[in-house]
Design a protein around this ligand. Structure first.
Ligand code: PMP
Length: 395
């Protein structure tokens, strides 16, 4: 007889098993705004797992601009950018984002995920196209490639010799290299000088996914290419509004002609409703604050340095982390869950990451930091990491 297509759901027991063992770390419920402390189960918890790098999701000015946009344009556009869903603030936002990352033009999507889907599948829509990716690139890049007609080839994380081999092997194809600017799990920065050099040498284009780098890298928050002085050489920059920019949404920026092509070919843009006015307003507000208060980025980096130094002094392994994303490598999956649980009991929110998300034996606690974390909050975190790390024999 034919199997019920739901059979796999009925047989799925991974989540149930983790719940029964009391080590299920997903879909935790927060009852407050996203701040350095959040409320969970009615209790204050120190948040070390947020992407709100500049701490702007509850900023009064950002909220005010969101409310104003809703008052003027309503709560939704009831259609795609392609047809009835383009507002004047979308265009204003696109001009500001293009300027921020140093590009001619940009295009706003409803999520960063959709920006990658749309940009990559449109750019690599030829059967002969090759998309070259770092093995640690974000899932939305992989999904973009699945929607494209190009072929994916991967190089080992940050391995520029391997990248060159791959480029040489496909020298007779149209090519694009896609890389995270800041890698979302390891917290290291892509070697853009080497990547853009090799791209030029082998005639490839470059897309930088700056989801975690906008608002973080470069003094004005302009991202990875700006940080390296390479805005000319990063052909397309993808960004999201769901991290530093305090909302949800995304964009791709680049040459006018190429952005116009993506605008007319990205299915994730054309067949999906446009960014809601409230989100557009929030992003405008976040950009205002970023311009007015560059010291926020400075504070983010002070906190980053404090935590990187702190973890290292305690003897923790933070891998190649060099940004506000700091993984604390624990090793064993079970140890990782125990450490997460102990930190949770100390009212600290972190994200445990175990195999297969990371290689076996490389289980880690992913921490990320905000400009608004206070020194006493960070010191409390270090103290609790020390306590639990010693108890578990990790340090
Ligand atoms: N790219 C990277 C590197 C990301 O980390 C993320 C979000 N985790 C995205 C893209 C998708 O962004 P969004 O949340 O806006 O869909």
């Amino acid at each position: 007889s034919i199997m019920d297509i739901f059979e796999k759901a009925y047989l799925y027991d991974l989540a149930d098993k983790a719940r029964e063992a009391g080590i299920y770390p997903y879909f935790r419920v927060i009852q407050s705004d996203q701040d350095t402390k959040v409320i969970m189960n009615g209790q204050k918890v120190l948040m070390l797992g947020s992407n709100s790098y500049l701490g702007l999701t509850n900023h009064p000015h950002v909220k005010k601009r969101a409310v104003k946009a809703i008052e003027k344009y309503g709560t939704g556009c009831a259609g795609s950018r392609f047809l009835n869903g383009t507002l004047d603030i979308h265009l204003e936002l696109e001009d500001r984002l293009a300027a921020l990352v140093g590009k001619e033009a940009s295009l706003v999507f409803a999520t960063g995920y959709q920006a990658n889907l749309g940009a990559i599948s449109a750019v690599a829509s030829g059967k002969n196209d090759i998309i070259v990716t770092d093995k640690l690139d974000h899932a939305s890049i992989l999904d973009g490639i699945r929607l494209s007609f190009g072929k994916m080839v991967r190089y080992n994380h940050a391995d520029m010799n391997h990248l060159e081999k791959v480029l040489k092997l496909h020298k007779n194809h149209p090519k694009v290299i896609v890389t995270d600017g800041i890698f979302s799990m390891d917290g290291d920065i892509a070697n853009l000088p080497a990547i853009t050099f090799l791209a030029e040498k082998y005639g490839a284009r470059v897309i930088v996914d700056d989801a975690h780098a906008v608002g973080v890298l470069s003094a004005d928050g302009g991202g990875t290419a700006k940080h390296f002085g390479l805005t000319e050489k990063a052909d397309l920059v993808v960004g999201t509004f769901s991290k530093s920019l305090a909302s949800v949404g995304g964009f791709v920026a680049g040459e006018k002609k190429v952005i116009d092509f993506i605008k007319h070919n990205a299915r994730s843009l054309i067949f999906s409703a446009s960014l809601p006015p409230g989100s557009a307003g929030s992003v405008m507000g976040a950009l205002d604050i970023m311009e007015r208060e560059p010291e926020r980025i400075e504070r983010l980096w002070e906190n980053t340095t404090f935590m990187l130094d702190g973890f290292k002094k305690l003897g923790f392994n933070t891998g190649h982390a060099e940004t506000p994303i700091i993984p604390v490598i624990v090793g064993d999956d079970y140890q990782c869950f125990r450490m997460w649980k102990m930190l949770e009991e100390a009212n600290i929110f972190v994200n445990p990451t175990v195999s297969p998300a990371v290689p076996k034996g490389q289980a880690l606690i992913r921490t990320s930091f905000m400009a608004t974390h206070k020194k006493d909050e960070l010191q409390y975190a270090l103290d609790k990491f020390e306590e639990t790390g010693k108890q578990l024999g990790i340090i």
